[in-house]
Design a protein around this ligand. Structure first.
Ligand SMILES: NC(=O)c1ccc[n+]([C@@H]2O[C@H](COP(=O)([O-])OP(=O)(O)OC[C@H]3O[C@@H](n4cnc5c(N)ncnc54)[C@H](OP(=O)(O)O)[C@@H]3O)[C@@H](O)[C@H]2O)c1
Length: 263
């Protein structure tokens, strides 16, 4: 058996939206598990530099920050050019950047639907398409490269107030299975993680006052009785991207403390 099933030693990884929240937890986990280079991308240069400096202190690996806006295909192509200029191959792509706008059907604007779909579905699929050759370059039967999509519990429950978000995440889960089969022979394994409630900028309003009645009610409702944290997210991402998770393919892992069961 492998000595360290959860090692990321030597891997080159790209995480979109790695400056804050879930993406930054995954970047931390990859570097702590021995990844050589972890690229993080986002729009805010300040947040990227802050996170890069923080993460490089905890490991021997390199954290490289690339400013990019993935709300359009132009931004996707620019990011791909930046990666190609620096690397011959990549081992891991985590499609994590996303937005969650309130979109109830009676007031939803076309622009809100489009913004959601552009960032949450169109960019991840075309970023993945553009990087397929780099993902397959060093991939083997025993050591396949990995693509992860970050879905949401919103894909499995009915939340009409975030109609577009919920539909975009369901689409990602469907894409996960379609893409998995399509790239099997290139030794690329494709999976999704569907988080429940996690501490991040996206959910800050809900948790920033730990004494708020609404927050206490949420914790009561979640079967695990807490929000997910960086260990929960990093643990599953490292598992999926190391030897430990190499046999997962076309799977969505619900990482929600049982939250989806309560709807
Ligand atoms: N937190 C939760 O409870 C939860 C639950 C289920 C699913 N998720 C999913 O987890 C993923 C990460 O969200 P999060 O909760 O960690 O939120 P977050 O802390 O707001 O992180 C979002 C990340 O994406 C980047 N980003 C946003 N818009 C972007 C754009 N147009 N181009 C490039 N990067 C962009 C952000 O940086 P900039 O703003 O600087 O660009 C940031 O790095 C999302 O896909 C979200 O749907 C979160």
């Amino acid at each position: 058996m492998e000595k360290n099933l959860y090692s990321m030693k030597g891997k080159v990884c790209l995480i979109t939206g790695g400056s804050t929240g879930l993406g930054s937890y995954i970047a931390h986990g990859f570097l702590a598990a021995g990844a050589s280079r972890v690229y993080i991308t986002a729009r805010s240069k300040d947040n990227l530099v802050k996170k890069k400096n923080e993460l490089e202190k905890i490991s021997d690996g390199e954290c490289i920050a690339i400013k990019s806006d993935l709300s359009s295909l132009d931004g996707v192509h620019k990011l791909v050019s930046e990666i190609r200029a620096r690397e011959q191959h990549i081992d891991v792509l985590v499609n994590n950047a996303g937005i969650g706008l309130g979109t109830p059907i009676k007031t939803m604007k076309v622009e809100d639907w489009d913004r959601t779909m552009e960032l949450n579905t169109k960019s991840p699929i075309f970023l993945t398409q553009a990087l397929l050759d780099m993902l397959s370059k060093n991939a083997t039967l025993e050591n396949p490269s990995r693509v992860i999509f970050i879905s949401s519990v919103a894909a499995s429950i009915v939340v009409p107030s975030v109609l577009a978000y919920s539909a975009s995440k369901k689409m990602l889960e469907h894409l996960t299975t379609q893409l998995a089969l399509a790239v099997s022979d290139d030794f690329i394994r494709v999976n999704a993680i569907a988080p429940g409630r996690f501490y991040s900028e996206m959910t800050r309003r809900a948790w920033q006052d730990p004494n708020a009645e609404s927050f206490k009610a949420e914790l009561k409702k979640i079967p695990a009785h807490r929000y997910g944290d960086e260990n929960d997210m990093a643990g599953v991402a490292v598992m999926l991207c190391s030897r430990a998770g190499a046999y997962f393919h076309g799977e969505t892992l619900n990482l929600d403390g049982g939250y989806r069961l309560t709807f």
